[in-house]
Each structure stands twice: as structure tokens, then as C-alpha cells.
Design a protein around this ligand. Structure first.
Ligand SMILES: [Fe+2]
Ligand SMILES: [Fe+2]
Length: 272
């Protein structure tokens, strides 16, 4: 059990600390050159999460769980600080105090939601209190479907408007994921009655199909951007970043699917 705790903690921290590090870079690139204080803060968070990432990579599954517990707490504090920073930036943008800066409000809100998600994961890990499977399936999908819908919107808005075909494809994904998100919300409001194994299984299957096709679209976009074959203001690292988040969501969907259909899991027994 301790080994599982250490492995899960390290997986989460390795994935999300790199994401937090990259958010710091993206925010920095969107500030105006005179916003030196904000740029310095972003640089500080970049180094902070880079060092957390290195430390997480140096630990192994054999590391003492107590060391990992303290590490989780430390990372939790760092994530709380970057969340505050992101919300402060959002406030400045929405009060029109950064005219001409290039971070969309929705993007800043989005990266703060990801920080909040990471922080909650760390809390859950340290408390050893996981949500029952049927609740986790709905909540995680509601969270990630919105993240995916946002990504499609960012891609559409950061592509050059002359890339008409790609903009149209990105807009179609945006609509598709908005719809999936509403479906997930409907399932959410119908719970607990909606939490039957067949409905949850179908929900996962349907989401997987769309996430796979969005993931493939992001992979293509990443390749085209890296090869400088399309016109956009998308940083190649941002293209890779949103691709990795789609892969992460697919991994979570598969994990849920295995728990639902594989060997009976304690939490789902009552729904089976
Ligand atoms: Fe992100
Ligand atoms: Fe994201």
C-alpha cells in the first residue's frame, strides 16, 4: 500500500510539476516587456517547479513513504503559491491593467484550474482518501472534458486566421467537447441514480473516442508547428503540452475502464 502511495505520488508530481513549469513559461511569454515584476515572478515559479521535477525524478518507488508525504506537502505549498499568482494575473487582465498583454483570460483561468486540480490530488494522496469510483469517473471527466474544450478554443484562436481549414477543425472540436461536457454535467446532476455500470461504461467509451481524435489532431498540429508548415502564434512547447494533457486524460479513462470492467473494485460493487 505504501509502495502504491509512493508510486502514485511520484507519477502525479512528475507529470504536473512539468506542466506547472511550462505554465510559468507561457505566462511569461504573454506579459509585456515592461511587466518585469510579473516576469520575475514567472521565472521564480519556473525554477521552483523545475527543481521539484528534478527531485521527483530522483526519488524511486523504494523511497520512504514518510519522505514522500513531506515532499507532497512541500509541493502542495508551491502549487498553492502558483495558483495565487495565476489568479492575481487573471484579476489584472480582467481589470484591464495589462493592456496589450497576450494571455487570454480563459487561458489564465484554465492554468489555475489545473493547479487547483494538482493541489487536490496531493491532498487526497496524503489523506489516503480517494473518492468512490462512480464519483471519480464523473468528476474527473467533467474536469478534463472542460480542459479539452478549452484547448480546442486556444488552438483555434492562436492559429493564424488564414489557416481556415485548421481553424474550422479546431472549432468543431470545441463544439464537440462543449457538448460532451454538458452530457457529463447531465450525468452528474442525475447521480447517484445515473451511476450504473452500463451508463458509466458507455460514458467512458464515448469520451474516449473523442479524446483520441482530439489527441491525434493535437499531434498533427504539433508536428506541423515544429516543422514550421503552418502559420500560428502557438509555441511548439504549448502544442506538445496540450498533447500530453490529452494523453494523460486517455490514461485516466483507461484506468477507470479497467476498474469498471476488470476485477471487481470495492467502490463499484454496490453499482455492479
Ligand atoms: Fe496545462
Ligand atoms: Fe491545459
Amino acid at each position: 500500500m505504501s509502495d502504491a502511495f509512493v508510486a502514485r505520488s511520484l507519477d502525479e508530481i512528475r507529470f504536473w510539476s512539468r506542466i506547472m513549469k511550462e505554465h510559468s513559461l507561457f505566462l511569461k511569454l504573454g506579459f509585456r516587456c515592461e511587466d518585469t515584476q510579473l516576469i520575475n515572478e514567472a521565472n521564480h515559479f519556473y525554477s521552483l517547479f523545475e527543481s521539484i521535477e528534478h527531485r521527483a525524478n530522483a526519488f524511486t518507488v523504494g523511497t520512504d513513504p514518510n519522505v514522500i508525504r513531506r515532499f507532497n506537502e512541500e509541493v502542495h505549498t508551491a502549487v498553492s503559491y502558483i495558483w495565487v499568482f495565476k489568479r492575481k494575473v487573471l484579476g489584472l487582465i480582467l481589470r484591464c491593467q495589462l493592456p496589450g498583454a497576450n494571455n487570454f483570460p480563459l487561458l489564465v483561468d484554465h492554468v489555475s484550474r489545473e493547479a487547483n486540480y494538482f493541489r487536490n490530488r496531493l491532498t487526497e494522496l496524503n489523506l489516503g482518501r480517494l473518492e468512490p469510483l462512480p464519483d471519480a469517473i464523473i468528476d474527473e471527466n467533467v474536469f478534463f472534458l472542460r480542459i479539452m474544450a478549452d484547448h480546442a478554443k486556444f488552438i483555434s484562436h492562436l492559429l493564424d486566421p488564414s489557416e481556415r481549414k485548421l481553424v474550422e477543425q479546431a472549432n468543431n472540436f470545441s463544439q464537440e467537447f462543449d457538448q460532451l461536457l454538458f452530457q457529463a454535467k447531465d450525468l452528474e446532476s442525475m447521480r447517484p441514480q445515473s451511476q450504473t455500470a452500463p451508463l458509466l461504461d458507455q460514458f467512458l467509451d464515448q469520451n474516449r473516442v473523442s479524446v483520441k481524435s482530439l489527441r491525434d489532431f493535437k499531434r498533427t498540429a504539433r508536428e506541423l508547428i515544429e516543422a514550421c508548415r503552418i502559420k500560428s502564434i502557438i509555441h511548439p512547447l504549448l502544442a506538445d503540452h496540450v498533447f500530453r494533457e490529452a494523453e494523460h486524460f486517455l490514461f485516466i479513462i483507461d484506468m477507470f475502464e479497467n476498474s469498471l470492467t476488470g476485477k471487481p473494485v470495492q467502490a463499484i460493487n454496490q453499482f455492479g
